[in-house]
Ligand binder design. Structure first.
Ligand code: AMP
Length: 398
């Protein structure tokens, strides 16, 4: 570890979106949180900020509701000791484009690169940039590090990273499969190797991040070799409100039938589809499992479609590995929902993975994460911690 963590410094981890800013102040070695913070409704007159520490909450309503204003208000809610313990800032950045394959200290060149990448992630990068600018203005003496959701997947071979489209789309327009959730897949694949007591370099893993957003990755020898999300986070698994894989032919057809444009259909594929679209009621897995148990057939179909698609992609990704040592569940659903894991694993018996029902019921808590019976590939539950990985990268680079 670095001088920073040896010296006991804390990292401020910032996840800035267009209308919210989440932050945490944590020890990059132990992961212990000194505090967490949240700004909501940023940019509106209803903006509010809060800091939580040791079960205590402080709140305020900033006069300046911009990203700069809410960051200032969050820092103002910290004690002098908390502020002075921060020795570097790590930013979650959604897109690193074709260039960034690892985390980087933000300087003027990186800042300009990120601005230029905005067309690839127009809904998210402006919020990320606003967070970087606001934190740089508020804490000008501290190093600012960008940690990219896409970076872990830059090791995908060309045959996995490219679409079979005209070559000029890739060369001139940067159309390719980037993949997202890289910080989570990287964290849990490392943690899974530790739980298995094997060097990451020896392992073939499929990591399944099942939360409101969902993706799976094939991780061979500690490197991502394929993933389910693509040019945008829409591709791949069924998610809370995203459709996942769909024939693009649907888009102009629905646009014409509904009298809307293609961008509006894509918006609905991102926000009105997935579990929400199929069930017609909710994007929340817990709610749907309860509704399905109470006899709601649409909710049951949404859950089944979700689990089937997840299993299908695990099987497909195992092709990229050559060998399958473990399937790793993480994210709000992956870590907490025994019925979803059971349904996914039931379909994976074809790969030799067999569920240990009792261990699964306990979320692997008493079995070192293991929820499979001995013999075939291991199934594991591994809680993700993207903030900790961001803090560690930041401490390493600062
Ligand atoms: P995330 O985006 O990682 O916070 O995950 C959110 C999803 O996790 C939502 O669909 C929640 O319903 C789901 N989730 C959280 N806890 C549980 C649980 N105990 N059982 C089923 N789903 C859960």
């Amino acid at each position: 570890m670095t001088a920073l963590s040896d010296a006991g410094g804390h990292v401020l981890v910032v996840n800035a979106g267009s209308s919210s800013v989440k932050l945490a102040v944590l020890d990059p070695v132990s992961g212990r949180r000194a505090l967490t913070g949240l700004a909501e409704r940023v940019g509106t007159q209803d903006a509010s900020v809060r800091i939580d520490r040791d079960g205590e909450r402080s709140t305020s309503t900033p006069d300046d509701v911009s990203h700069a204003g809410v960051i200032e208000a969050l820092l103002a809610l910290m004690t002098g000791d908390e502020r002075s313990s921060i020795t570097a800032v790590g930013h979650r950045v959604v897109h690193g484009g074709p260039t960034y394959s690892s985390s980087v200290v933000v300087d003027d060149v990186v800042r300009a690169d990120l601005e230029a990448l905005t067309p690839l992630a127009p809904l998210h990068l402006p919020g990320n940039l606003a967070g970087i600018d606001a934190t740089t203005a508020a804490l000008p003496d501290l190093p600012q590090v960008a940690v990219f959701d896409t970076a872990f997947h830059r090791t995908m071979p060309a045959y996995a990273a490219q679409y079979a489209v005209p070559r000029s789309w890739r060369d001139d327009l940067d159309v390719r499969r980037y993949g997202f959730h890289g910080t989570s897949h990287r964290y849990v694949s490392g943690a899974a190797a530790e739980l298995l007591g094997r060097p990451p370099g020896e392992l073939g893993l499929v990591t399944l991040h099942l939360g409101n957003g969902c993706s799976a990755a094939a991780v061979r020898g500690g490197r991502s070799v394929d993933t389910t999300m693509g040019f945008t986070p829409l591709e791949g698994l069924v998610m809370g409100s995203r459709s996942g894989d769909i024939d693009p032919g649907v888009i102009p057809y629905v646009a014409e039938r509904l009298g809307v444009d293609a961008a509006e259909v894509v918006r609905r594929l991102n926000t009105e589809s997935g579990l929400l679209g199929v069930s017609g009621t909710s994007n929340d897995m817990r709610t749907l499992l309860e509704a399905a148990a109470a006899g709601d057939e649409d909710a049951a179909l949404a859950v089944e479609l979700f689990c089937y698609r997840a299993a299908k992609h695990v099987a497909a990704l195992s092709v990229a590995l050559g060998r399958l040592d473990a399937v790793v569940f993480t994210g709000g659903i992956g870590e907490n929902s025994a019925p979803v894991r059971a349904a996914v694993l039931a379909r994976l018996s074809v790969l030799g993975v067999h569920l240990d029902a009792e261990a699964n019921h306990a979320n692997g808590a008493t079995t070192g994460g293991r929820i499979s019976t001995p013999g075939g590939p291991v199934a594991l539950v591994v809680p993700t911690d993207e903030e900790l990985l961001i803090a560690r990268d930041t401490a390493d680079l600062a």
